[in-house]
Design a protein around this ligand. Structure first.
Ligand code: MGD
Ligand code: MGD
Ligand code: SF4
Ligand code: MO
Length: 865
């Protein structure tokens, strides 16, 4: 066994440190790094199960031109040639890169330098446009620079933590555990989210706000603070520029009653929240996609920043606004200037900045002005204005709004290059050239997390096949385009040092982002780099901001009128994430344990809507918007507001016929940031009838999705499970079963059909279908895929004597189902989450399921009462 390597988790912006020990060929054990400041040894379910995703199944391991394998020289020459030709014929603005917050800083730096300094256009945008560009724009308006002034330590010092539009318990679980710990020590938690998420369930106050009402809520609060004497006039006088009439304009229509009505929240809850805020100086307001992903996203961000500036709650321990980042290197992308609207090292396109960067890069063709933002960029592709596009580390055919239109654009584009780690992605299907990138665990570089802590990601394995790191791929293309010296990097450390030097180049302190010490280190220093934070632990403590006069700005923002429901589209569609899946599932979709929390894409509907529209839990429904439609499995949930639907973003063409959420949102964006409003799309829903439902269990992957109305892939140990439903006949489904010895059973009266295929004594496939009856529980059947001998009772669907299954898996670490937990609570009279852990272990490892355990406990105890 080799020594543990310190690296950083591949997933979210919490940026947890990991100690990874390679135990064999593509095998690794993962532990939290006790010395990493972001997590101090803890990991959530996704981090804990990273080891299940490092196998080579599904990997793209050779460069491809069309459907043919090729070698690197040919692929790189072709990419360089086509980009050069396109630029020569149509100018630099006819090409574009679409990159990702999942690139490492070094990768990102090289791509940005090539586009903005050498090709000579700023048509490089990133999926971070869809993620936190409103926060970037809001920070820049208020502080003069895109600075997140908070750190995780502020959470430990806060007396009030407000989570706005953030399902932290699922999306930033380790931050959430830190918040819970602080709440157990007495801090209060307020959650502002239209849904009653697991995060909201544990809050002292949950405001189930009418979607899009956040500016009204925050402006009302600011007005309340003013009246309650909680505005810090001294701070404002010393450090903040307040526009004339700011307070007069704020005062209008922002009384408690009007705000409660506008936001559709109980006035008593609103008053409690306002009183609590006014009385609690140590407040951290954390926000993410419920704020950013809106056509008023930037205003919503500034409404929050206004509150913190006006109450002087910034630059002090436990007091700060806190925009949390989603992707592992979203923050690093901001530092290198990966957005079309930023240049590099926290500089914009102002003449002096352009000039400075041009000098530093010795750039032959500096971009003159900001480039196309993601939605406009794909529109330009669709209209033929962009003729060569390179997509790296993102899956826009799934994740862009109005993804159907994005697919049409990709299909029409004369030259599409996709760099990915996975062979078959929805976006890769449109590529002329596919380039195999090295994945997490194979590549070296740095990432910056939500609280400005820079950590190293380190290689654990040799690069498989011909995979190469993204920085190498980009610099090889740059060199082939003719820029050999400017892209003569041999290792990530070379790029890192250049990036650090640019951050301090001609920087007298006007730009807070600066990495002075790091620029001098050698390769050994880079290899040994410990996590460190830039920008200080208490940013803005001196009250100086990055504006010309050093003052922050209050930015007047007004609530936009919220539209009434439309006749054809009477509902509002909200979209977001599940606890154990990551985006388009290219990696978490490989891990059977992570599939068990939510196996299928669900549409959550309020009981009143369900009753009115004939929607039954467990059935299927078609969700439709003006952009497209997709089918989901229905869940009736009290946690939804009436009139609203919630669907997950994770399922793709590869994994499901339904749940194709990217097709539904409008491509409408915030006017300042260009971020799409993913959370609020007018929609309609109707039940979908199917004659039969069933499941197909297979030892091997299928090349194509089963052709029926509903087919969703679920990763299981030693194989794959497809949940199915349809109206057609079963012949084409049965044809998917492998060859071998067939065992069959049929009950015509109940419309039941069961087929199993055995080869060499082992189960190779099984199809269970019913028209009217129940389907057997899946657990035992799935286990038969790994069993050395097929059980004779196979077609009965369960082991003799074994009763029902365990229900949905709540604790993925110890594989404990809902029913097991509920039974333990009842039988052993367990009174709290810790007692459940003591009795059956659930929740004692990663802790991601603790909010769910609390809810089950509450339900069981209220049932008992
Ligand atoms: N498990 C998991 N974790 C992840 C990811 C993942 O894919 N899976 N992705 C990572 C990434 S890239 C990101 S960006 C983050 C996102 O993390 P979050 O922002 O926490 O995630 P979302 O589920 O997109 O949306 C957050 C909440 O906003 C609420 N919301 C919708 N509309 C409104 C509104 O008008 N006002 C308010 N106040 N709230 C609203 C939604 O109901 C939802 O609960 O998660 C990161 N972490
Ligand atoms: N409706 C709706 N849509 C949304 C959102 C929403 O809330 N609602 N959220 C938006 C947000 S916040 C985000 S961040 C996006 C995320 O959306 P995407 O970025 O499209 O999602 P991922 O699945 O993370 O795509 C990453 C791709 O990079 C590949 N990859 C992984 N590692 C590497 C690497 O090292 N190199 C290379 N070259 N490739 C790699 C993966 O296999 C995968 O194909 O979705 C956005 N879309
Ligand atoms: S919270 Fe979970 S997914 Fe995010 S970095 Fe930490 S372990 Fe990884
Ligand atoms: Mo994101």
């Amino acid at each position: 066994m080799s020594e543990a390597v310190r690296t950083t988790c591949a997933y979210c912006g919490v940026g947890c440190g990991i100690r990874a020990t390679v135990t064999g060929e593509r095998k690794v054990t993962i532990e939290g790094d006790p010395d990493h400041p972001a997590n101090r040894g803890r990991l959530c379910s996704k981090g804990t199960h990273l080891g299940e995703t490092v196998g080579l199944e599904g990997r793209l391991l050779t460069p491809m031109i069309g459907k043919k394998r090729t070698n690197w020289d040919r692929a790189l020459d072709l990419v360089a040639k086509r980009f050069k030709e396109t630029i020569a014929r149509h100018g630099p603005n006819s090409v574009a890169f679409y990159v990702s917050g999942q690139l490492l800083t070094e990768d990102y730096y090289v791509a940005n330098k090539l586009m903005k300094g050498f090709i000579g256009t700023a048509n490089i945008d990133t999926n971070s446009r869809l993620c936190m560009s409103s926060a970037v724009a809001g920070h820049t308006r208020a502080f003069g620079e895109d600075i997140v002034p908070a750190t995780y330590n502020d959470l430990d010092a806060a007396d009030l933590i407000i989570l706005v539009g953030s399902n932290t318990a699922w999306c930033h679980p380790i931050i959430y555990q830190r918040i819970r710990a602080r709440c157990e020590a007495g801090a209060k938690l307020v959650v502002i989210d239209p849904r009653r998420t697991e995060t909201a369930e544990e809050a002292d106050i949950h405001l189930a706000i009418r979607p899009g009402g956040d500016v009204a809520l925050m402006n009302g609060l600011l007005q309340y603070c003013r009246e309650a004497g909680a505005v810090d006039d001294d701070y404002l006088a010393a450090h903040v520029a307040v526009p004339e009439n700011f307070w007069d304009e704020l005062g209008e229509g922002n009384d408690l009653w009007s705000v409660a009505r506008a936001c559709d929240v109980p006035v008593a809850d609103l008053r409690r929240f306002y009183e609590l805020f006014a009385a609690t100086p140590r407040t951290v307001t954390m926000f993410s996609q419920g704020i950013n992903q809106s056509t008023s996203g930037t205003d919503q961000v500034n409404a929050i920043l206004n509150l913190h500036l006006a109450t002087g709650r910034i630059g002090k321990p436990g007091a700060a606004p806190f925009s949390i980042t989603g992707q592992p290197n979203a923050m690093g992308g901001r530092e290198v200037g990966g957005l079309a609207s930023t240049l590099a090292a926290h500089m914009d396109f102002a003449p002096e900045n352009r000039d400075r960067v041009q000098r530093f890069w010795a750039a032959p063709a500096m971009a003159e002005k900001p480039g196309l933002k993601a939605v406009d960029l794909f529109r330009a592709v669709g209209e033929g204005r962009i003729k060569a596009l390179w997509v790296m580390a993102t899956n826009p055919a799934v994740s862009m709004p109005d993804a159907g239109r994005v697919r049409e654009a990709l299909a029409a584009c004369p030259f599409v290059v996709v760099s990915d780690v996975i062979e078959n992605t929805d976006t890769g299907a449109f590529a002329h050239v596919r380039l195999p990138a090295a994945a997490w665990g194979e590549k070296d570089g740095t990432v910056t997390n939500s609280d400005r802590t820079i950590s190293r990601q380190r290689a654990l394995f040799a690069m498989p096949g011909e995979a190469m790191p993204d920085w190498w791929i980009v610099k090889e293309v740059a060199r082939r385009m003719g820029w050999k010296t400017a892209f003569s990097y041999d290792r990530p450390a070379d790029i890192w040092r250049e990036h650090c030097r640019l951050s301090t180049y001609d920087n007298d302190g006007a730009r807070l982002f600066a990495l002075p010490g790091a620029a001098q280190g050698g390769n050994a220093a880079y290899d040994d780099m410990k996590p460190f934070r830039w920008g200080g632990d208490q940013t803005f403590a001196d009250g100086r901001f990055s504006t010309i006069d050093g003052r922050a700005r209050l930015v007047p923002v007004a609530q936009k009128p919220l539209p009434e429901p439309l006749v054809k589209w009477p509902l509002t569609l909200n979209t977001g994430r599940y606890r154990d899946q990551w985006h388009t599932m290219t990696r978490t979709g490989l891990a059977p344990k992570l599939a068990r929390h939510r196996e299928e894409p669900l549409v959550e509907v309020h009981p009143d809507d369900a009753a009115r529209l004939g929607l039954v839990g467990g059935g299927l429904a078609r969700v439709e918007t003006p952009q497209g439609e997709s089918v989901y499995r229905i869940v009736v949930s009290e946690g939804q507001r009436p009139g609203e639907l919630f669907v997950p973003i994770h399922w793709t063409d590869r994994t499901s016929s339904g749940g194709r959420t990217g097709l539904l949102p409008r491509p409408l964006v915030d006017p300042v940031s260009g971020q799409p409003g993913f959370k609020r799309t007018p929609a309609a829903i109707a039940p979908v009838a199917t004659r039969w439902r069933g499941f197909l269990l297979l030892a091997n992957e299928l090349d194509e999705r089963p052709a029926c109305l509903w087919a969703t892939r679920v990763a299981v140990p030693a194989g794959v499970l497809w949940e199915l439903a349809g109206n057609g006949d079963l012949k084409c489904i049965e044809a998917l079963l492998p060859r071998g010895e067939r065992i069959e059973a049929q009950d015509i009266a109940r419309g039941t059909r069961r087929v199993a295929v055995v080869t060499g004594g082992r189960l190779a496939g099984a199809l269970f279908v019913t028209e009217s009856g129940e389907l057997p529980p899946r657990d035992w059947l799935i286990a038969q895929l790994s069993a050395p001998d097929v059980a004779p009772t196979l077609l009965a669907g369960r082991a003799p004597g074994v009763a029902a299954d365990r229900g949905p898996i709540i604790c993925v670490c110890f594989d404990i189902g809902l029913k097991t937990i509920a039974a333990a609570i009842r039988d052993q009279q367990l009174a709290d989450v810790a007692a459940i852990g003591g009795a059956i272990g659930a929740g004692t490892n990663c802790g991601s399921c603790r909010p769910a355990l609390a809810r089950i406990l509450a339900e069981e105890t209220s049932d008992a009462a």
